[in-house]
Ligand binder design. Structure first.
Ligand code: FDP
Length: 281
């Protein structure tokens, strides 16, 4: 796993360089979910594929930007599912974006997820890695290398509320619950980038990030293999909770297809338990 994490560090430096120096315009193509691709989405995807091609333990890769599974090394062990540039619609306004990696063995589902990692491209580059059963580790890129800052542990209760999705399309249950957190004193923190929004909650000790099922998207927007499962592992390992709208751990998810989505809620224990009561699950 160390080899894969070290290669993710190399990927992070290359993508950060592309963000800072490349054309921010749209490409001529759209991704498998029908979203227009930026040239940077395509470039970041190529960077990851090229770097992981040099890692013999990587059997296959699955990208949020591509259809299907690409086999890299028949004798490899792991399949790396990744979102090369999550929140890329925020690059043109210079907000933070990220890359997310789920590392799977044997099966592409919650049971098969053995490790995950994400990179935040903000004022600095940060990396968080998580291995099943171990506390997530936080790194910051300083002086030409990734320096370990420490383990990440969520508090029992936080102060931040990051509610995703179009409010007009929320159910009344969800709207009432979000309002109840604000009435309790929670503060809104939502940039529209899943990686920096979840990173902020993790590092500030807790709170809730939600992307519910909505009337227009009953299964939510966020993709299980590339976004939901990798962050579920980080949150659970940090002592928090990560559940779907039925109150089940997101780590029990079994995607029906590669780009399958799920309603998802990530947070410290207090807020997730409150959400379960509000949803009656
Ligand atoms: P984006 O479409 O900009 O790539 O992955 C999808 C994502 O961003 C997440 O990063 C983000 O949390 C979410 O969509 C934002 O969606 P809403 O605007 O619907 O809240």
């Amino acid at each position: 796993m160390d080899t894969i994490f070290n290669n993710i560090k190399e990927i992070a430096i290359q993508i950060d360089n592309a963000i800072k120096n490349s054309d921010l315009g749209y490409s001529q193509s759209s991704n498998s979910s029908g979203e227009d691709q930026l040239k940077l989405d395509v470039q970041s995807d190529l960077i990851i594929e090229e770097v992981l091609r040099s890692v013999a333990s990587v059997k296959a890769i699955v990208s949020e930007e591509k259809e299907g599974i690409s086999v890299l090394h028949e004798d490899g062990i792991y399949t790396v599912c990744y979102d090369p540039l999550d929140g890329s619609s925020l690059v043109d306004v210079d907000l933070s974006v990220g890359s997310i990696f789920g590392i799977y063995k044997d099966s592409l589902d919650g049971d098969g997820l053995v490790a995950s990692a994400y990179v935040v491209y903000g004022p600095r580059i940060e990396l968080v890695t998580a291995i099943r059963g171990e506390k997530p580790i936080h790194y910051r890129y300083m002086g030409g290398k990734f320096v370990q800052i420490g383990e990440i542990a969520l508090k029992e209760k936080g102060k931040l509320n990051a509610p995703g999705g179009t409010q007009q399309n929320w159910t009344s249950t969800h709207k009432n619950f979000v309002d109840s957190l604000f009435k309790e004193g929670y503060r809104l923190r939502y940039s529209g980038g899943m990686v920096p929004d979840l990173h902020q909650i993790l590092l500030k000790g807790g709170g809730l990030f939600s992307y519910p099922g909505t009337t227009d998207k009953p299964n939510g927007k966020l993709r299980q293999l590339f976004e939901v499962l990798p962050f579920a592992l980080v949150y659970e390992n940090a002592g928090g909770m990560a559940i779907n709208n039925k109150g089940e751990s997101l780590l029990t998810l079994k995607p029906s297809f590669v780009h399958d989505t799920s309603p998802c809620f990530f947070g410290s224990k207090y807020e997730v338990e409150a959400l379960k009561r509000a949803y009656g699950v």
